[in-house]
Design a protein around this ligand. Structure first.
Ligand code: ADP
Ligand code: ZN
Ligand code: ZN
Length: 839
């Protein structure tokens, strides 16, 4: 295990140390020792980025984790090549946090570093070619072929070429053999180009020449000279209107960009003349990529129950590190957050607000921005590398003491957090599945808070059972908000019994009448409708009516989904796609039919049933580009869409006053979650999507379509009876040993060969069974999806006693076991994926 604390933790330059342990973004379970060259010793600081050589060819960016005087025994330490940071990009608290994460989630600190540091802060190295100056084409010792000639022609125009350039020039995929041959014939040289990935954004600005801006007389002279040159005069006048140079010289220093100076009708050439004649001057500045927003409002006046909640939260915080705010949908949690955030910021500490992935582009961010303006940083997964670096640096420099972000924002370089808020803390998307570190951001946030001696507030209308359990045990403080803000009430529920009918087009059946009626009523009153179906595409199966063949992925054991818009069959697990066959590949029949309803098909059917209504759809397919999600929401918000069909994307956080009807297309599908969390997930999902209805004066209606209307869970959701549902599920979990009563570790064994995968899984299983801690080992079993991307997978599930000692012992042993197995020749290419607290 890594020990980064104690001994010789230093943060300042301290001469005298000869070695540094560097964290490198590679999946190897340790740091790497490098020599500190004397000339760099004054620049060495914990957390600074350095460049080192790794292996024979690689140049990597690493982070200094530790300094010491112990020379490595097994190898000769190479020198650190360069120190990139004057001020460390990473602070010691973060390194501690990384080490904790690597230990807890059974991965390597380099993998955590890889996830944590925006890739813009890493160097990239790329192979390039240039011509060999000693080479003479006319007198070449070996003849060059046509392709090789082409490359040399290109090098005459351009000094350096990347491999990609060469691919383009030749129009082929692999150029390596050709380039190697050129090297052998001594015609070119290959070299590694290392460059910083982050590039600041540079803008050209224009301003009044400095001395004119200080001298009224001189400016008057200029105007005299310009008389008769109306175009130039008007540009100058306009500039002086925007930039009163004598009153506000600082504005002239910043200048304006060309587009702002030129009004419609102004000619660019007049502006150029003004610059040429030295009246204006153009200069370059580094600008911020992040949006500048001014605050627009003061925080809302809190209602008495919100005020009461704030004071309860604060009093719990006096004793407890974590508080769970259980407030029903629409109860006004966001305004409570705003109040607390302001207080913490005023006390001089930093705040992080975590939001689930998709909620981030939306309303809540704009609501927060209205209050905090651009003093608030936003860290989003759709940001570019460059933008992420700017947020990172903004936290380092103190520009952002408050950030709202997705799960990876727990890695930002905070040094004095006072509060972390995890909104919608029950959200499954807080868990990272792939790649390592497979962390749960809510849990990691609590740990991060602990390192900062800060507080954590978990907010949800439907808390995760883990959090609610911790609250009920007194480990977390618990605060409840039982009513919606203002006049709004919770919606009415209707269960629409689909009966046993399994015919094709549900929309034509009598059983969906209720939903259709409610949609019609809403449309008549000019209200809006949300339809939830967690399945994208047109239909999830294509089947031959004659022989029963179904279209399946060639690389995975799953059926292919039909996408009508692109006329394709697609695998939702690996991305494989193919054109829809015109006849059955098995029997040749042309009777192929589509089964089941995805969002695309529901949208189509609804548009036929309600030809007047304007339909919209929100799923992965319609939101791929950066603004796709926002655009659909804007259209919905401004009333250009009447009915919005969508996947779980529409269930989260949306606050639209005119939504009165929410339809849950397939309530049974929600219940079919394949693990012990099925009940919990279903309760959360139905409650959350229902919570989008009737958030203002008009009462909402929620229609759940199901073939089993008698199921107990529906009654519990309708009654809003979270507490008794929780109690009931806990009985099951205790009886069958599931969290929160045990800790789960899931291990997936993967290999391209079925037999090898199976054998390796069994071998692992045997070894794990030997580990002497209190535990239950289940499996190995073929995973629910037995094969993904041509890799067969087997799973083992380990249930550990909750004590910390058990977990530590088991994880240490597990690392030894997998290392030993990996060393056996037969298992060399097997992959073991360890997932701690899987969900
Ligand atoms: P939640 O996050 O708990 O679902 P929201 O914070 O979205 O609830 O609040 C629901 C609605 O009530 C929002 O439209 C919000 O603007 C409004 N609201 C909440 N608190 C206040 C307040 N104190 N003053 C005015 N409007 C409020
Ligand atoms: Zn067939
Ligand atoms: Zn596939």
């Amino acid at each position: 295990m890594l020990s980064l604390f104690g001994e010789n933790e230093i943060t300042q330059n301290e001469s005298g140390f000869s070695f540094a342990d560097i964290i490198l973004p590679v999946p190897i379970p340790r740091m790497f020792t490098y020599k500190i060259p004397r000339n760099l010793s004054s620049e060495i600081q914990i957390g600074a980025r350095v460049i080192v050589q790794f292996g024979r060819k690689k140049i990597l960016t690493g982070i200094i984790g530790k300094v010491h005087n112990k020379a490595p025994q097994a190898y000769e330490a190479k020198p650190i090549l360069e120190v990139l940071d004057e001020r460390p990009s990473v602070n010691p608290l973060q390194i501690r946090f990384w080490a904790w994460m690597a230990d807890y989630y059974c991965c390597h600190i380099g993998e955590v570093m890889h996830a944590a540091l925006p890739s813009g802060l890493r160097l990239s190295s790329e192979s390039k070619i240039q011509s060999n100056p000693d080479f003479e084409r006319e007198n070449a010792a070996y003849p060059l072929d046509e392709r090789e000639e082409k490359i040399l022609d290109a090098l005459e125009n351009q000094k350096e070429l990347t491999y990609e350039d060469c691919e383009k020039i030749l129009g082929i995929k692999t150029v390596t053999p050709i380039l190697k041959s050129l090297v052998a014939k001594e015609a070119i040289l290959i070299f590694e180009k290392v460059q910083e990935k982050y590039t600041p954004k540079i803008e050209t600005r224009i301003r009044l020449r400095e001395d004119l801006a200080q001298d009224k007389k001189a400016l008057e002279v200029i105007f005299e000279q310009l008389s008769g040159k109306e175009k130039q005069e008007s540009i100058l006048l306009k500039y002086l209107r925007d930039v009163p140079v004598f009153q506000k010289p600082e504005l002239n220093e910043k200048g304006l960009d060309k587009a702002t100076i030129l009004e419609e009708g102004d000619s660019e050439s007049s502006l150029k003349t003004l610059i040429k004649n030295g009246i204006f001057e153009s200069f370059k500045v580094t600008v911020n990529r992040l949006q500048e927003v001014e605050p627009e409002r003061v925080p809302a006046q809190l209602s008495p129950s919100q005020l009461e909640a704030v004071s309860q939260i604060k009093s719990h915080f006096e004793e407890k590190q974590t508080v769970l705010l259980h407030g029903i949908t629409g109860s006004g949690k966001t305004e409570i957050y705003i109040q607390l955030i302001q207080e913490v910021l005023e006390s001089g500490s930093q705040v992080l607000l975590l939001l689930p992935e998709i909620a981030l582009t939306t309303q809540i961010v704009s609501r927060l921005q209205e209050v905090f303006g651009s003093s608030m940083g936003v860290y989003h997964s759709k940001y570019s590398d460059n933008e992420r670096v700017e947020v990172w640096n903004g936290v380092l420099s103190g520009r952002f003491s408050f950030v709202v972000g997705v799960r990876s924002s727990i890695f930002l370089p905070f040094d004095s957090l006072g509060l972390i808020i995890v909104d919608e803390e029950h959200e499954a998307s807080y868990k990272q599945f792939d790649p390592a570190p497979r962390f749960q951001a809510r849990d990691a946030a609590i740990m991060l808070s602990y390192f900062h001696q800060a507080k954590t507030l978990l907010g949800s209308a439907t808390p995760s059972f883990e959090s609610f359990y911790n609250a009920s045990q007194g480990k977390y403080g618990y605060v409840e908000l039982k009513y919606r803000f203002g006049e709004a009430e919770l919606p009415d529920y209707f269960l629409a019994d689909l009966g046993a009918d399994r015919r094709k087009n549900l929309l034509k059946l009598d059983s969906t009448r209720l939903l259709r009626e409610k949609i019609q009523e809403a449309l008549d009153k000019n209200e809006q409708v949300l339809i939830f179906q967690n399945r994208r595409g047109y239909s999830p199966y294509v089947q031959c009516e004659d022989c029963g063949w179904t279209a399946e992925c060639v690389q995975c054991d799953v059926s292919l989904t039909y996408h009508q818009f692109t006329e394709e069959l697609r695998c939702h697990y690996c991305g494989y796609k193919e054109k829809v066959p015109t006849s059955c590949p098995a029997c040749g029949s042309t009777q192929l039919s589509t089964k089941g309803m995805g969002t695309e098909r529901i949208e189509e059917s609804l548009s036929l049933l309600f030809p007047e209504a304007r339909l919209g759809r929100m799923d992965l397919d319609t939101t791929r580009n950066k603004y796709g999600y926002q655009r659909i929401l804007d259209e919905f918000g401004s009333g250009q869409i009447d009915i919005l069909v969508g996947t779980q994307m529409i269930t989260k956080g949306l606050d639209f006053g005119r939504v009165t009807v929410v339809g849950i297309w397939d309530g049974d599908r929600i219940l079919n979650f394949p693990d012990f969390r099925a009940g919990e997930r279903a309760f959360q999902q139905i409650t959350q999507v229902a919570g989008r209805a009737g958030r203002r004066a008009e009462k909402g209606k929620v229609i759940i379509q199901t073939r089993n209307p008698d199921q107990d869970i529906f009654a519990k959701v309708i009654a809003g009876d979270y507490g008794s549902f929780f109690q009931q599920e806990m009985v099951e979990r205790r009886k069958f040993f599931y969290p929160p009563y045990v800790k789960l570790v899931k291990i997936t064994t993967r290999h391209a060969d079925f037999k090898t995968a199976e054998k390796a899984a069994i071998a692992l299983h045997r070894e794990m069974a030997q580990v002497g801690v209190k535990k239950i080992v289940l499996g190995p079993e073929k995973a629910i999806i037995g094969r993904i991307k041509n890799q067969y997978q087997f799973e083992s599930l380990i249930k550990l006693d909750r004590s910390g000692a058990t977990q530590t012992t088991f994880k240490e042993k597990l690392a030894e076991i997998t290392e030993e197995l990996q060393s056996r020749p037969e298992f060399r290419s097997v992959r073991w994926i360890v997932d701690v607290d899987p969900s």
